[in-house]
Design a protein around this ligand. Sequence first.
Ligand SMILES: Nc1nc2c(c(=O)[nH]1)N[C@H]1C(S)=C(S)[C@@H](COP(=O)(O)O)O[C@H]1N2
Ligand SMILES: [Mo]
Length: 347
Amino acid sequence: MKAKMRVMTERPLNAETPVESLKSWITPNTVFFDRNQGAVPPRRISLKRWQLAVEGDVATPLSLTFDQIRRMPKAIAADTLECSGNGRSLLAEKAAGNPWTIGGVGNAVWGGVWLRDVLQSAGLKPAARHVGFEGFDTPMGASGVKFVRSIPLEKALASTLLAYEMNGEPLPLKHGYPLRALALGWTGANCVKWLARIILMDRPYEGFFMDNVYRVFQKGQDSRAGAVVMGLKLKSIITQPLSGQSLPAGRVVMLGAAYGGEADVDRVDVSVDAGATWRPAEFIGPHEPYAWRQWQWVWEVRTPGAYTLMARAVDDSGRSQPMQAEWNVLGYSNNGVREHAVTVTIT
Ligand SMILES: Nc1nc2c(c(=O)[nH]1)N[C@H]1C(S)=C(S)[C@@H](COP(=O)(O)O)O[C@H]1N2
Ligand SMILES: [Mo]
């Protein structure tokens, strides 16, 4: 039986991946989470009509066809994509936005071209400091503005992909066909789908999706005072067992995934006594930059009762995932160990 997406809103389409599908290293395209501010285009744009404009502070403005992009050197990279709001509904204090649990994340192997190669062929003017991305999806809702985002030039040159393939297939319509940006290791908001225009600028793009949302701010503060959501925070999720499950005493295989964006996950510790004691989990499956690591821990449990299970990731610079998330008005980047605890009953 195929697990179903949990749809939060139909228009625009926002749906999370079923936990069942978070247990493999690759998240299949058919169940990869959907996050949209605007309308998913009704059908695939004709590649004859589509062009990618590269403009602004460049020596030579470009207008690239899909064929021209396909004839550039190919790049392949794994990347775990997560929506900034993932885990929001697990926060102790409520925050406004889609009620994601843990399924606003997925890992895929993406094929495309490096953004740096495209920028190099346009040639950068000295003023160029930020790279803006504009999608061709139609805006929806109150804001009525196009989804435009920018990233610093440094990130654009170092590790940003323009992807036309997802897990070996042409980029699916919902995920940005024919081309999307992927700032590797950064949150979904930095990864504009249905890319139509790249604009080189001397400062960050100013607009609704840069200044009013995707900012980490507190009550009573202006959104602009908060930091722009960029890299993924270090985090682990438990995908088995699930909260509320009743299980017979004996062997319980705990499964999960841990990710840290640009940081590499070095270790995952698990606890079955609400954080009093910890044991190292074992990694399973591939280990690639920017991609999550799947882990397991085999729990031999004899005594019936209620148990609180936790997982805590440590990255390659020795930083540990926080026990509690830093709350903010829009509920972004919930990576708290406690918020992601799972309670089960052993019978
Ligand atoms: N053009 C466009 N790009 C977009 C969005 C959008 O609404 N329009 N949503 C962004 C957000 S907030 C996220 S989390 C990711 C989600 O990508 P996915 O739907 O492929 O999982 O796309 C990003 N890129
Ligand atoms: Mo997002």
